[in-house]
Write a protein that binds this ligand. Structure first.
Ligand SMILES: C[S@@+](CC[C@H](N)C(=O)[O-])C[C@H]1O[C@@H](n2cnc3c(N)ncnc32)[C@H](O)[C@@H]1O
Length: 203
């Protein structure tokens, strides 16, 4: 789907992802903080209408949230001002395959960004280069195995990563966790795939 397809989807169905952040993203960020990651600067890449960016900001992170859908970013900005918390998130219209921050960051979260698998691995590699030493990357997406064993998500196998695709994206980083993650979806189960990695530090 290109940006205009996503614009149409957000116009047709505002609040499509709800306001609650994905539990796995919350638990990975929280465990990184418990393990010593200081709250600082974060990027929510492919932020949609901003459920993860807003959650991070509420926990003290200074967030840049990037999506190539202008409509999603407009809806995110509107929610930000509804919250009366304007200013804690900088909303940016940008393409995840080309955009880059001007300074290194402490954390990047990516929720359900699905790209051709070579492109995804390349983007994850680029994102690894945005991290400060000890900075964390959390990617959560629908897994390739979701097609046969799960529900929901894109039905196009060329954009559904398996473990090996995310491993390629994590080259050069210290892998904290790389695994499937089963998520209740109504009466069924969705199969997600998680990469949590960090940039190496001298120990
Ligand atoms: C399934 S939604 C997830 C939104 C959000 N991360 C969440 O979990 O609520 C996927 C998002 O990826 C965005 N997206 C897809 N390809 C993109 C690209 N190349 N650059 C930036 N955003 C992209 C879409 O516009 C959409 O908002």
């Amino acid at each position: 789907m290109d940006a205009s397809d996503w614009n149409a989807r957000y116009l047709a169905q505002p609040d499509v992802w709800g306001t609650t952040p994905a539990a796995r993203i919350v638990s990975e960020v929280t465990s990184a903080e418990d393990a010593g990651l200081s709250v600082g600067t974060a990027i929510d890449l492919a932020c949609g209408d901003g459920r993860h960016a807003r959650w991070l900001a509420a926990h003290g992170w200074r967030v840049q949230a990037v999506d190539f859908s202008e409509v999603a970013i407009e809806q995110a900005r509107a929610k930000d001002s509804d919250d009366g918390r304007s200013g804690s998130v900088e909303w940016v219209v940008g393409d995840a395959t080309t955009w880059a921050p001007s300074d290194p960051v402490d954390l990047v979260v990516i929720g359900f960004l699905h790209l051709r698998l070579d492109t995804l691995a390349r983007v994850l590699g680029d994102v690894g280069g945005w991290l400060r030493p000890g900075g964390h990357l959390v990617y959560l997406g629908h897994a390739a195995e979701n097609l046969s064993r799960g529900v929901g998500g894109p039905q196009d196998p060329t954009v559904l990563p398996g473990i090996a695709d995310l491993a390629r994206g994590a080259e050069g980083l210290e892998v904290v966790s790389l695994r499937h993650d089963l998520r209740p979806a109504g009466k069924a189960t969705a199969v997600d795939v998680l990469l949590h990695a960090r940039s190496w530090v001298r120990r």
